[in-house]
Write a protein of this length. Structure first.
Length: 331
């Protein structure tokens, strides 16, 4: 099992304060971890072996499995309702909360819990760690005020791996299902060009059995959405992010999308730390494995590749041009 790749910061960003009088997260009391009954793989979705080998995990999606006990689900619901006061919106999602782990110690400790991380390692069949960027921990989606809008439009995620947990009881809702497309991002992009959404015979709607139930998702590779509600109701879901600890694999992030939604006070420092962590690990690998070689261009290329994440981050941070939030729906 991985430890935290980048430990959670000991200080809070400006403008954030801890909720007072929260229950203390206790894994023995608040978790009820179960393995999913089934796993689906990226190859089943149409991805090639060549594409899959550079990704964080071969897994596409799991069936729903339990993470929280009844007590844990109740505390998380209360936490989510308290966080609702900090909701923001973007083109893709009408109501969401980012940075909740800087306000709720309960949410933070849940999201980085070692036993939960071990479960995710087992499910992803890969060594993973809680996301290096706390903005990707404990993301909350809330039901839209406009019932004609999806909770979250068809998209693939800005990060490689995550889980989606139902915070409210999905069995009490009319609509608002979590759905995913059994196909590739390239197929979805072609459908979007034609103004189409996924055909219903290629859309799966996993049955969540109650609050605290979760699916593991290769969010950067599997196109998914939160469907619209058919009638008013409280619909809250929580997304928790993970990274592969193998930094030789693709980064699988769209960091620049975050500039359209996230608090700059948090974002740029977190982004820089993520890129620095990737570069540090890749440089350490280079130190340990680089062989004697008179070909200075080849060695320069290896060194350049080791720091690629940092150089790309610098370029993107300095680029102030217009940028649009990715999703597959233009209306």
């Amino acid at each position: 099992m991985s430890v935290e790749a980048v430990p959670f910061p000991e200080s809070q960003p400006n403008g954030y304060s801890w909720f007072p009088d929260e229950p203390v997260f206790d894994p023995a009391k608040h978790l009820a971890l179960e393995m999913p009954e089934s796993i689906r793989y990226l190859e089943e979705f149409g991805y090639s072996a060549e594409e899959i080998k550079t990704k964080a995990s071969p897994v596409a999606v799991s069936s729903p499995f339990r993470v929280l006990s009844d007590k844990g689900a109740q505390v998380l619901l209360e936490t989510a309702r308290a966080l609702r006061a900090h909701a923001i919106s973007c083109e893709r999602i009408e109501n969401m909360v980012r940075g909740g782990c800087y306000r709720s110690r309960f949410l933070r400790d849940l999201c980085i819990d070692p036993s939960l991380t071990q479960l995710m390692c087992d499910i992803y069949e890969s060594d993973v760690a809680p996301h290096t960027m706390p903005l990707h921990l404990g993301h909350m989606n809330f039901s839209p005020d406009d019932l004609s809008k999806a909770v979250d439009k068809w998209h693939h995620d800005t990060l490689p791996l995550d889980f989606v947990m139902m915070v409210t009881d999905p069995t009490r809702l009319d609509g608002g299902q979590f759905e995913y497309f059994v196909g590739t991002k390239a197929e979805m992009a072609e459908l979007a060009k034609q103004g189409k959404t996924p055909p219903r015979n290629r859309v799966e709607t996993p049955p969540f059995h109650g609050p605290g139930y979760t699916i593991a998702l290769h969010g950067n590779m599997v196109v998914h959405r939160g469907a619209p509600l058919n009638s008013p109701g409280e619909r809250i879901s929580m997304v928790n992010g993970y990274v592969s600890t193998n930094t030789t694999l693709d980064d699988q992030h769209r960091h620049k999308d975050l500039t359209l939604v996230d608090d700059p006070e948090c974002l740029y420092a977190e982004w820089a730390k993520h890129s620095a962590w990737r570069a540090k690990e890749r440089l350490n690998t280079l130190v340990a494995s680089l062989e004697f070689n008179a070909d200075r261009q080849a060695i320069a290329d290896e060194l350049s590749d080791a720091i690629r994440d940092v150089t790309e981050t610098i370029d993107q941070m300095r680029d102030t041009g217009k940028h649009e939030m990715h999703h597959y729906e233009k209306s």
